[in-house]
Design a protein around this ligand. Sequence first.
Ligand code: SF4
Ligand code: SF4
Length: 367
Amino acid sequence: MKKNNVIRNTNKPIQKTRLTIQSLFALLSVWIGVEFYFFITYLETGGKSFFMNRPPGVDGYLPISSLMSFRYTVATGDIHWAHPAGIFILLAIIFVSLVFGKSFCSWLCPAGLLSESLGDLGEKLFKRKIKMPKFLDYPLRSLKYLMLAFFAYVIFFAMDIVSLKMFLDSPYNQVADIKMYYFFAKISRFSLIVTVVLALLSVLFRNFWCRYLCPYGAFLSFFTFLSPYKIKRNIPSCIDCDKCNKVCPSFINVAKAKYVISDECNSCLNCVDACPVKETLEFKSVITKKTLKPKTVAIGIVVIFMAVTGLGMLTGNWQNRMEITDYMIHMKNIESSTYSHPTGTEHLEEINKETSEININKERTKQ
Ligand code: SF4
Ligand code: SF4
């Protein structure tokens, strides 16, 4: 280990700030959940309980619908009316990732915070980081890309714009947020078992869900490669202490890299904080060669996210265009087959027919 003439890293660690930002976003998600609960209870009781507006932020939990809307917007120039906030949340996450790499996962995502907390618990219990054997790690890591490839194929290749619009207009998509709520509120035994198993696996293997199964993370990995900012190791000043490797939640061999170019790097900056030597690990642009201070990264992530979602609000593309009467009609039929996931043209035609019937009923209700 080289130790001569070491200048100590005196930078303030950024991990507390990261945890604060993660926690605030998690609290925001909880608040969205509370608002949505009251909104659904109001619908369930036919308007006889306390009313809260549907929080548009709930669209952020519909990534497939948002990706479809995104493609629809690119193809037609129109923002679909059903879940407009979802497109802006998706764009905000893409822009954050384009600038700072897969930072959404480690700075903003509530599932990321939960996954990290379970991993911390596991490290406390087992007194070490348990690493998946390599022969399992590589094939398991490909699972999230396979799922992403499936969704990408369906959304970008298998569906033309007409069928995409039919899906977006369908009753299923209109109430996809409510269906998602019921998935968790009335969770089936099988889903509960899967959730518990995933949680236990996340205690055993840090970031199990994120590393192996999350298609959203897989999607953002592509933007990580496009981002100019990478972790850079200054080889001459590195003392080979291996501290960066020990703290990296993604098991990246930072101590041997010149630049960290990895789909698993989530820009958490744990390695930068842990490095004991000044200016040895930095978050640096491969284009301008400028270093970003960790504090700037933190502010940048929040500002970009807020700016893009704020644009959705300012341009009137945040609230969807469904009225409470629309929701009331949907709620009456929510258990019917119309609200099953449409899987083909046959179903889409059926759903279209039923949508027309609902619209006719709506007109009658208005009269
Ligand atoms: S390389 Fe550094 S920034 Fe990337 S995941 Fe590992 S610790 Fe975090
Ligand atoms: S933490 Fe990593 S980059 Fe920093 S001195 Fe030690 S081995 Fe080198």
